[in-house]
Write a protein that binds this ligand. Structure first.
Ligand SMILES: NC(=O)c1ccc[n+]([C@@H]2O[C@H](COP(=O)([O-])OP(=O)(O)OC[C@H]3O[C@@H](n4cnc5c(N)ncnc54)[C@H](OP(=O)(O)O)[C@@H]3O)[C@@H](O)[C@H]2O)c1
Length: 243
C-alpha cells in the first residue's frame, strides 16, 4: 500500500486518479484550496474502497509557504501528483499582470516550489514518485492560450531537469502531457470528440505510467503523433494558422 498525495485534489483528473489509487488499495490525501468541498468525495472514496482518505488545505499560489506546508505532513508520500492548473484568460493576461502572474504561479512556480519540497523529503527516504501534469500546450505557443502554454513549457522543462538530476536515486519523475480532457477547465469549449479523453482515461494513463516506470506520457497516446506534426510546421506557416 502506498500513500498518495494529490495537489490540486479537486481537479477532475486528480480526483479520477484518487479513485484509481484507492481502488488499488492506496491511501489518498486530496490537497486543495477549499478542502471542505471535498468532504463527500473523501467519504465516498473511504467507504467504496475501504482505504484511508483525507483532505488538506493547499494553495498553489503560496510558494513562500510550500516548504513548511510539506514538512508538516504526517508522513512523506510515496507518490505526489501535481494536478493544480489555471488556464486563465488570454485577453486579460495581455493587459493585466495579475492574471499573467497567476497563470505562471499556479502552472509553473507553485509546482516547482512544492515539488522541490517533496523531492527533499523523498531524497531523505531514498524513494518516491513525482507526477507533474503539464500539457501539449507547452510544446508550441498558440494565440488562444500562450501564457498558459509558456507556463506549461516551464513545468515540462523543470520536470525533465528534475528527472535528469534524480536518475539513479530511486525517485522517479513522470511528465504527463494531456491533450484535450473533458474537465471543468474546458467547460463550454468545443473540442474534437476523437481527441478528447475523459478524466478517468487520463488518470488510467497516469497510473499505468507509474506501474511501468514511464518518463513522459501523452494522454491519450495519439497526441504524441499530433504534436510531432504540430511541432514541425514551419513558423512562417504556423504564425498564420488558427489551431
Ligand atoms: N482538461 C484539459 O484538457 C487539460 C489539458 C492539458 C493539461 N491539463 C492539466 O490537467 C491538470 C488538471 O486539470 P483538470 O483538467 O482536471 O481541470 P480542473 O478540474 O479545472 O482542475 C484544475 C484544478 O486546479 C486547482 N487550482 C487552481 N488554482 C489553484 C490554487 N491556487 N491552489 C490549489 N489548486 C488550484 C483548481 O482548484 P478548485 O477546485 O479549488 O477550483 C482545480 O481543482 C491541470 O494542471 C491542467 O492544466 C488539463
Amino acid at each position: 500500500m502506498a500513500h498518495v498525495l494529490i495537489l490540486g485534489g479537486r481537479s477532475d483528473i486528480g480526483l479520477a486518479f484518487a479513485h484509481i489509487c484507492a481502488h488499488n488499495g492506496h491511501e489518498v490525501c486530496l490537497a486543495a484550496r477549499r478542502p471542505e468541498r471535498l468532504a463527500d468525495d473523501v467519504r465516498d472514496i473511504a467507504t467504496r474502497y475501504q482505504v484511508h482518505a483525507e483532505t488538506r488545505e493547499f494553495d498553489a499560489e503560496d510558494s513562500g509557504g510550500h516548504a513548511d506546508w510539506f514538512n508538516q505532513l504526517d508522513q512523506t508520500p510515496d507518490i505526489v501528483l501535481y494536478a493544480a492548473g489555471y488556464l486563465g484568460d488570454v485577453e486579460q493576461a495581455t493587459k493585466d499582470n495579475a492574471e499573467l502572474e497567476r497563470i505562471m504561479q499556479v502552472n509553473a512556480r507553485g509546482a516547482m516550489t512544492i515539488l522541490e519540497a517533496a523531492v527533499r523529503a523523498m531524497e531523505h527516504r531514498g524513494s518516491g514518485t513525482i507526477i507533474g501534469i503539464s500539457s501539449v500546450a507547452g510544446e508550441r505557443g498558440r494565440k488562444s492560450n500562450y501564457h498558459y502554454g509558456a507556463a506549461k513549457a516551464a513545468l515540462t522543462t523543470f520536470l525533465s531537469g528534475l528527472r535528469n538530476r534524480l536518475s539513479g536515486t530511486g525517485i522517479h519523475v513522470i511528465t504527463v502531457k494531456p491533450g484535450f480532457v473533458a474537465t471543468r477547465m474546458l467547460q463550454g469549449m468545443q473540442t474534437p470528440a476523437a481527441l478528447t479523453a475523459t478524466p478517468e482515461r487520463c488518470a488510467a494513463d497516469m497510473y499505468r505510467a507509474v506501474q511501468r516506470g514511464r518518463d513522459v506520457v501523452y494522454s491519450t497516446w495519439h497526441w504524441r503523433y499530433v504534436m510531432a506534426v504540430i511541432r514541425n510546421i514551419p513558423e512562417r506557416l504556423f504564425k498564420k494558422m488558427s489551431i
